[in-house]
Design a protein around this ligand. Sequence first.
Ligand code: GFB
Length: 315
Amino acid sequence: MSSWKKIHVAGHRGLVGSAVARRLERDSDVEILTATHSELDLCDRIAVDRFYADTQPDAVILAAAKVGGIYANDATPADFIRDNLLIQTSVIDAAYRNGVKKLVFLGSSCIYPKFAPQPMTEDALLTGALEPTNQWYAIAKIAGIKMAQAYRRQYNFDAISLMPTNLYGPGDNFNLTTSHVLPALLRKFHEAQIQGNPTVTVWGTGQALREFLHVDDLADAVVFCLENYSDEEIVNVGTGKDLRIAELAELIAQVVGFEGEIVYDTDKPDGTPRKLLDTTKLTGIGWTPTISLKDGIATTYAWFLDNIDHLRNAG
Ligand code: GFB
């Protein structure tokens, strides 16, 4: 049973927001409030303010963000910094002004310095230079963390910030130009398999290390922290385990049944060499993930196959 009656899930059509909405639906006495982009532009502070004045949510999950993989971050930096600053500023401020009792802000593991000691603890924030490919997104997310902390200090507003590691799952973006690595590789291996291509090209050296969390695990952590965490300090959400991109590619090839050759395009960037979160804090509060990477990839591939026609039309 939840302590919250009406929760606004901002970004309910995205990977994270849709998972949070699915998770909240399990709790029948919570009313989930949503608005599509055409109903509410989250970049518009006045519109968001009016929306909260009209609907009076008592909690907000801020899962709306402009997100993308390494290429999209690098190629469209203005979009990433502008949209994220606008969305989070509008939502955090309007939530506070309209008496929302709790807000969960979602950041990202890319807020930590490029060469932070691994695994990365929460206190690594702002201790060194960022990874250049996604610094624009990271700076916006750091501003969101600081805004939540400032509103907590000055206004006593119960805003908390969670830092998820790289996410994947049903509802992910499978567009090869803008997506993250896991959905991109699922699609590439699937298409090579169907078309009988002998090779699949993976960006970078394959040696970069990444940690992957299933979005349903993240959604569970969000609801857990909504109920059980109230502090200024940020909290990492991850699995505590990482693997090389080359190992991920092998795993995905196995799930898809591709037996050809994997080729590495070293003209493409690796990005951060390693991004493993230290999850001691969240484990200490009482939450751990349950979905293994292998099972998570298999169910995400099943979702991709069910939605492939729709995705093809979307590009
Ligand atoms: O998932 P990804 O795009 O984002 O890339 P980041 C992870 C690694 O996979 C990089 C490699 O080393 C890529 O070079 N990779 C290999 C590929 N093949 C592919 C491919 O086909 N597509 C993609 N996209 N990558 C993001 C940030 O960084 O992480 C975001 O850009 C966000 O801001 C997110 O923080 C969590 O892990 O490098």
